[in-house]
Design a protein around this ligand. Structure first.
Ligand code: HEM
Length: 549
């Protein structure tokens, strides 16, 4: 009897405890959720949104009166902050509009999920950021890591390895002697482009051919591979597909970079795509490296040979070499093609400007011969046109890749903590009426210097127009890029009159991928300027012959 009573007690207590523990569990969850919600809202309430709020809340006791000054900026949404600013094909427009609305053109703070970001639309503050040694690092995206770019110049952490790579590239790829040495290759590709453009009797799109020309140029400089634009090569097709995929991956805003709790789910399938791409790139570049290793003639000819010849501390492992080589192809191809398409678009849109360039070409080169690269330095108006296009359509409106603060620092009087990502909205600076009279007008003559005036340099010394960035991480390929673009544009303008297509007028809408491209590819017609009768059919015959071969 006693034991029966005891078991009833035990059952009663157990069921009470179960009820209690279920209730208390539910309460605990509720309290945790409530606390989390409150903290989320507290973080979000700070100017600049949740990432800034979290930093300031967590460090509130150590912040002094001076560094309590808050950088103005949008809050965005709780938890994700202002992701919508960047998750947009016109991020540079949106950021400029937000800075205007927050009266924060000099310096604006915003949050991309957990990432603290500052951005400036002002040239003086841009100089402070880009030229400071504190911002000599880059925030590395997951895709950049997966694609090995952390071992190449663009994403390598600031330090000895990065400095070594820049020195090697500066000495063997980007120095004036090397750039001059590749003149014949650029001339050859320019003449192939002319031949192919001349074949069109109707309107056509220029983009594919410009990209292919640019890729062939980089393939020749980096891998020593020479291809004809007329003939399709399996190797070029393969590389083009690899570059396009890498370009798309790096140009996509990866939510997992800023919201670590999403990382395991890989919602945009970026990790999967990267892991599919990497072995293909490895195979492609390894094959070329191994062919170079087995070359019989010992001369140093291309960048692969240079990398293979390095000894001692400079010697690179095969995987580092692959990263460096691939990055060069990757960076050097699209930027040049994108800029050329914008230049041709402006040329078609402004016949008066085209006429002035033609007059200049007739005066300096004449119609009896083709353009020589050495003519270009004397073509002041053409160079002014290129600068004006860089001003209105910088290929990297947010300077492509952001910078990362290595230590705590001060920018424009505000304290900026270590680990903050910083960006420069070059597009907004180059369209600012306080910096440029009539900023939205296409007026190349603003860059034509008068007697005694100093020429405007776009290479990073004047932050009102620095399309190649500035400071330690400025673009190392800027001279190569400008030399190629100016010579090719001079040649294409010397050979043809560029006219709008019958069906599509020039549409200057933009789309920001890794570079800022024309949203609707340029369609044009060309009329030869200096060809004798019959040259068109002669060209057609020669192309047919090459294709048959
Ligand atoms: C019109 C042509 C080009 C434009 C507009 C351009 C623009 C840029 C910009 C804005 C940056 C970031 C600079 C900064 O953070 O301050 C950059 C970096 C870089 N560019 Fe270019 N670029 C061009 C051509 C090239 C070419 C032809 C190459 C190589 C073949 C190249 C290789 C690089 C590399 C390796 C970096 C990373 C530098 C580093 O982090 O140390 N670029 N470029």
């Amino acid at each position: 009897m006693r034991s029966e009573i005891e078991s009833v007690w035990v059952f009663a207590l157990a069921s009470k405890w179960r009820t209690f523990s279920q209730e208390s569990f539910a309460w605990s969850i509720f309290i945790i959720l409530l606390a989390w919600l409150i903290m989320t809202l507290v973080y979000w309430a700070y100017p600049g949104g949740p990432a800034w709020g979290k930093y300031r809340f967590v460090n509130r006791s150590s912040l002094t009166a001076a560094n309590k000054r808050r950088i103005p900026g949008p809050r965005g949404l709780p938890l994700i902050g202002s992701m919508k600013l960047m998750a947009n094909s016109l991020a540079h427009h949106r950021i400029a509009a937000a800075a205007e609305a927050c009266k924060a053109k000099r310096l604006m703070a915003f949050s991309l999920g957990d990432t603290r970001v500052i951005v400036t639309c002002n040239p003086d503050v841009a100089r402070e950021i880009l030229n400071s040694s504190v911002f000599a690092d880059r925030p590395v995206k997951e895709s950049a890591y997966s694609l090995m770019f952390n071992r190449a110049i663009g994403f390598a952490p600031y330090g000895v390895y990065w400095r070594t790579l820049r020195r090697i590239a500066a000495t063997h790829l980007f120095c004036p002697k090397q750039i001059r040495g590749a003149v014949e290759q650029r001339r050859q590709i320019a003449s192939e482009m002319v031949t192919l453009f001349a074949l069109h009797n109707q309107s056509f799109h220029v983009r594919q051919l410009l990209k292919l020309a640019s890729l062939n140029n980089m393939m020749a400089s980096i891998f020593g591979r020479k291809y004809n634009l007329n003939s399709t090569s399996n190797e070029v097709e393969q590389l083009r597909a690899l570059v396009d995929e890498g370009y798309d991956l790096l140009g996509t805003l990866n939510w997992s970079d800023h919201l670590p709790w999403l990382a395991d789910f890989d919602p945009q399938k970026i990790r999967v795509r990267c892991s599919n791409l990497v072995p293909k790139v490895n195979r492609f570049v390894s094959r070329i490296i191994s062919q170079h290793r087995h070359k019989t003639n010992g001369e140093t000819q291309d960048f692969v040979d240079v990398l293979l010849s390095l000894q001692g501390a400079d010697k690179l492992s095969d995987s580092d070499m692959i990263a460096v080589l691939w990055e060069m192809i990757f960076r050097g191809t699209d930027t040049v093609a994108v800029l050329m398409e914008w230049i041709l678009a402006r040329i078609v849109l402004h016949p008066d400007v085209q006429q002035r360039v033609h007059d200049e070409l007739d005066e300096i080169v004449g119609r009896s011969r083709s353009v020589d690269e050495s003519d270009v330095v004397n073509m002041t108006y053409l160079l002014a046109v290129i600068k004006e296009v860089l001003r209105l359509h910088p290929p990297g409106p947010l300077l492509s890749w952001a910078r990362l603060a290595i230590t705590d620092t001060t920018i424009d009087g505000y304290d900026v903590p270590k680990g903050t990502t910083s960006m420069v909205n070059m597009w907004a600076i180059t369209r600012d009426p306080q910096e440029w009279p009539d900023p939205l007008e296409f007026m190349p003559h603003r860059f034509v210097t008068k007697e005694g005036e100093v020429e405007f340099s776009v290479l990073g010394s004047d932050l009102r127009l620095a399309p190649f960035g500035s400071g330690r991480r400025t673009c190392p390929g800027k001279n190569l890029g400008l030399t190629t673009v100016s010579f090719w544009v001079a040649t294409l303008l010397h050979e043809f009159e560029w006219l709008p297509s019958d069906q599509n007028s020039v549409d200057l809408s933009e789309i920001l991928k890794l570079s800022c491209e024309m949203a609707n590819p340029l369609s044009v017609k060309v009329r030869p300027r200096r060809t004798y009768q019959g040259r068109g059919s002669e060209m057609r015959r020669s192309v047919k012959k090459e294709r048959c071969n």
